[in-house]
Ligand binder design. Sequence first.
Ligand SMILES: [Fe+2]
Length: 268
Amino acid sequence: MTNSTEPFFFIQLSDPQFGLFEARGAGPGDGTFPETALYEKAIAAANRLKPAFVVVTGDLVQDPSDEIQHTELMRISAQIDDGIPLYLTTGNCDVGNTPTAESLRLYREKFGPETYSFDAGGSHFVALNSSVCLDPSEVPDEWESLVEFLRTDLDARSPDSNHTIVFMHHPLFADSAGEPDSGVRYIPRERRDVILEQLRKHETSGVFAGHWHENHSTADGDMLMVISGPVGFPIGDDPSGLRIVKVYDDHIEHEYFGMDDVPTSVDL
Ligand SMILES: [Fe+2]
């Protein structure tokens, strides 16, 4: 159902991944991060545009044990205006493609829970730990907990919610919901189907992911599956950038902008 609310927009950032330029041999080699200027531009754009919130869909840093990368991420994250909530989700660089109890413990110690939900503008938003969905072989209980959370959370969501929108690092799929597994590129069928069952049941409007460091977009019925390019190191043809997502009562619009081409205002 749809409920009449004011349209609003949010900003999706993905893969700031401090340290990847250096790891790819594309850094200055002097201890500074090319990611710094890019993430600062993204946060400055948010402060200028005033979205309902900003979400970062994982790969916050290249090496979660590197305190300098973490400190730089947090220093710039703190520059966001007080009135703009900043939601972080976890990626494979943060907890591994095969997360362990220890990698999850370290993440939670720094950032808090990585599977959670919140409401904004009359819609419901869910952040999932996609590494647990990709390969929970080392933490099977975490997968059970995630599925239980998703079921309970979506069942309990306000019936007046216009949209349900999911954030996760790894996409659920690339081109179609039923496609075969593809290593670490997206969630394997076995667990993809479990999540999709819940998302379809609750008429989810969209899933926004990252991980590929390039843009890609498809759908499952009325549910968008959007993969966003990176704040940080680009892989492929898309520049470092951010995605603006406009949420209307009955539909969603989204567009990716290179970091130097972000508009000065957002019309709804
Ligand atoms: Fe990444």
